[in-house]
Design a protein around this ligand. Sequence first.
Ligand SMILES: CCCCCCCCCCCCC[C@H](O)CC(=O)SCCNC(=O)CCNC(=O)[C@H](O)C(C)(C)COP(=O)(O)OP(=O)(O)OC[C@H]1O[C@@H](n2cnc3c(N)ncnc32)[C@H](O)[C@@H]1OP(=O)(O)O
Ligand code: NAD
Length: 310
Amino acid sequence: MSFFTALTTRTFSSSARMAAAIKNVTVIGSGLMGAGIAQVAAQTGHTVTMVDIDKAAVDKAEKRIAASIQRVAKKKFSGDEGEATKFISEAIGRLNTSTDAVASVGSADLVVEAIVENIGVKQKLFKELDQAAPEHTIFASNTSSLPIGKIAEVTDRKDRFGGLHFFNPVPVMKLLEVVRIPETSQDTYEAMCVWGKNMGKVTVECKDTPGFIVNRLLVPYMFESVRMLERGDASARDIDVAMKLGAGYPMGPFELMDYVGLDTGKFIIDGWAKEYPENPLYQPSELLNKMVAEGKLGVKSGEGFYTYKK
Ligand SMILES: CCCCCCCCCCCCC[C@H](O)CC(=O)SCCNC(=O)CCNC(=O)[C@H](O)C(C)(C)COP(=O)(O)OP(=O)(O)OC[C@H]1O[C@@H](n2cnc3c(N)ncnc32)[C@H](O)[C@@H]1OP(=O)(O)O
Ligand SMILES: NC(=O)c1ccc[n+]([C@@H]2O[C@H](COP(=O)([O-])OP(=O)(O)OC[C@H]3O[C@@H](n4cnc5c(N)ncnc54)[C@H](O)[C@@H]3O)[C@@H](O)[C@H]2O)c1
């Protein structure tokens, strides 16, 4: 065995061991993303605890998961109802819920946070979890736009901290961005990548730069769409039709904004406006502020740029 083979085998074995050891996963936040991450983790054989401060959000997530997993099973076991039913009941059997984050990380190998896009709220959570979780537990944030390093700085486990950025809807979207901060250890990074593959995702590596890869390109495009609408250059519907039929996107920017959630969009733009005040692209949008103030959050509230059946 060459030195190089020995080295890579050893490195891989060590990270693979860490990833194989990721059996218990705690997902904090049971909104759009947390529910999806918890579902896929349970489907892929992990024991999962899905946590939210809001019991109603947990109940809603369980319903969403039940509907989504039916669709997954139907596709995966088309024609074999017995296998589909077994797959569903086994996955649901591996999924526990809680409203107490601190009590839910006692046996976690990995914690994936998917709560509101607010740095203070995320830091407060991780500070508490850092005291409660075992030494070996890896912490990850699913943040769309916040620096992972800034979230991690409140903990004493920066070497076991990284970003795991999933895409919505999690059971369908194949990509997982794995984000490392300078302190993330090689074992932690590789364990996150192997775990991502075990979750059925294709992983890409990214440094802790604003928006990582996808959102660095996607968010300015969404911003420009809103500016275009605000200027009255075209209607939301026509912009959506144009981008679907002219650029081949599965959803237009306003359909996608409704799907992602306008509140999450506002958190992102407000954060970037504060962080980069000199960039005219990242200035707050009056239209978005007004819609969020009116409770028009998109699909989740029944109305955004379009209206939806509840
Ligand atoms: C100036 C100020 C402006 C500020 C604005 C700032 C906004 C910034 C916003 C950025 C937000 C970033 C958020 C985040 O960090 C990153 C993201 O997640 S970005 C979002 C990425 N997602 C997408 O781009 C989704 C694009 N859409 C699609 O791919 C498809 O439309 C769809 C969602 C898959 C749905 O497909 P359709 O064909 O339309 O619908 P179907 O119902 O037929 O579904 C197709 C296929 O998929 C299965 N399926 C769909 N949903 C689910 C589910 N939830 N669970 C399980 N399975 C699902 C379905 O069964 C179908 O399967 P098939 O029958 O084909 O086998
Ligand atoms: N919506 C998307 O398309 C998308 C995609 C990728 C990443 N993200 C990121 O994922 C995270 C969650 O987004 P979402 O769309 O799922 O939001 P969401 O609003 O649907 O859900 C957030 C959930 O977090 C819960 N919560 C808030 N504070 C909490 C706390 N301290 N402890 C436990 N639960 C708490 C809320 O009750 C809510 O149910 C954000 O960081 C967001 O930027 C979102």
